[in-house]
Write a protein of this length. Structure first.
Length: 159
């Protein structure tokens, strides 16, 4: 069986989105309590949010999680699947760019907590750094991490 492309993975929502009750393991790990709910989003939902971030603006995975939790009336959105689906969105966009498509998800505008560039996105830190600098952002290195200076000033908060 042929390996799925990133674009196929993006469109494969399995049985997501799904809102479930927080388990004891989740409660301990994510600082929520039993009785709270967690949404496990569909990959396309994460992609839709990432697509909306305009040039010059940024979003963090945590902001995406807040949007998803609110949309599904859940206490939180799963940090693990949201991060994985952001990566799938980024890889699908890079795949589309290689195919010559111009309208792709601007994944480089999606950062990790604290304004950190996601090293797992296509091309790694260097590729994203170039794209972010092209949009007017300044990047600094702190140890092994690369972060966008004053990223909070550029946060995209959808209405």
């Amino acid at each position: 069986m042929a390996k799925k492309s990133w674009q196929e993975k993006l469109l494969d929502s399995k049985d997501f989105p799904k809102v479930v009750e927080v388990t004891p393991k989740m409660a301990g790990r994510w600082g929520v309590k039993l009785g709270d709910t967690v949404v496990i989003p569909a990959p396309v939902e994460v992609d839709e949010i990432m697509k909306k971030v305009p040039k010059g603006k940024l979003i963090t995975i945590n902001e995406i999680r807040k949007i998803l939790a609110k949309k599904h009336c859940a206490t939180i959105a799963c940090p693990i699947t949201t991060g994985i689906f952001a990566r799938i969105s980024a890889e699908a966009a890079a795949e589309m760019a290689k195919e010559g498509k111009k309208e792709i998800t601007p994944y480089w505008r999606t950062l990790k907590a604290g304004g950190v560039i996601n090293e797992k996105f296509p091309g790694g830190v260097e590729a994203q750094k170039k794209l972010l600098e092209k949009e007017g952002h300044r990047i600094i290195s702190k140890g092994k991490k690369h972060l966008v200076v004053d990223f909070e000033k550029y946060l995209y908060i959808p209405q």
